[in-house]
Design a protein around this ligand. Structure first.
Ligand SMILES: CC(C)(COP(=O)(O)OP(=O)(O)OC[C@H]1O[C@@H](n2cnc3c(N)ncnc32)[C@H](O)[C@@H]1OP(=O)(O)O)[C@@H](O)C(=O)NCCC(=O)NCCS
Length: 170
């Protein structure tokens, strides 16, 4: 594959469904996958496409508050793992986030109390891209430990100027 270009894209639920099927070790629950595909119909979507325009990576994004961006889901076609596609999407999202005043990236993934080796790789992926484990919670129930990871995007001057109006309640 030539130079990778990650960019904001239109909604691609069918492409997401296809990519999820390539990685059953991570996305093996039909009901959860159906919910992700529904989410892909409405959530902000970033992709990498190959030379022919086929989607090979998808990231869905939530913006709960103006100062934080949440990586709701990231997946790369199994045939293209390890070629920089996931990194390219995170880099593009981070650059856009910084430009719009976001100071914190967030992602939730299966926590280290679960011995699943596939998710151990996923956590290493996030860690090597600058995400720090913040807290393991039972947000997803007792059987699925949820690790919240964050990546601070230090603003110029090292100081957060303001938080969004939706957050400020004083
Ligand atoms: C995690 C994922 C999005 C990374 O995308 P990618 O394009 O394969 O990653 P990149 O090529 O940019 O980076 C490769 C790095 O990710 C790590 N990695 C994690 N899972 C990997 C996998 N299945 N295949 C290859 N590399 C993987 C590698 O160790 C490598 O780290 P390094 O560069 O520090 O050595 C992708 O592998 C994937 O879709 N995994 C399955 C789904 C998943 O885990 N989603 C997140 C759920 S919370």
């Amino acid at each position: 594959m030539g130079r990778l270009r990650a960019a904001i894209d239109r909604h691609v639920p069918e492409d997401l469904a296809r990519l999820l099927e390539t990685v059953p070790e991570w996305f093996g629950q039909p009901q959860a996958n159906a919910a992700y595909v529904e989410a892909a119909r409405v959530k902000e979507t970033w992709t990498v496409r190959d030379e022919g325009g086929t989607v090979v990576g998808v990231t869905l994004v939530d913006r709960h508050f103006p100062h934080v961006l949440d990586i709701h889901l990231i997946v790369v076609d199994r045939a293209a793992h390890g070629r920089g596609i996931g990194t390219a999407m995170l880099d593009a999202i981070e650059a856009d986030a910084r430009a719009s005043g976001v100071v914190l990236l967030e992602v939730k993934t299966l926590g280290p109390s679960d011995p699943d080796p596939a998710y151990a790789r996923t956590r290493r992926f996030y860690e090597s891209r600058g995400f720090l484990p913040l807290e393991e919670t039972n947000l997803w129930g007792e059987d699925d430990p949820c690790l919240i990871m964050v990546k601070p995007l230090c603003p110029r001057g090292g100081r957060v100027e303001r938080v969004g109006e939706e957050y400020a309640d004083g």
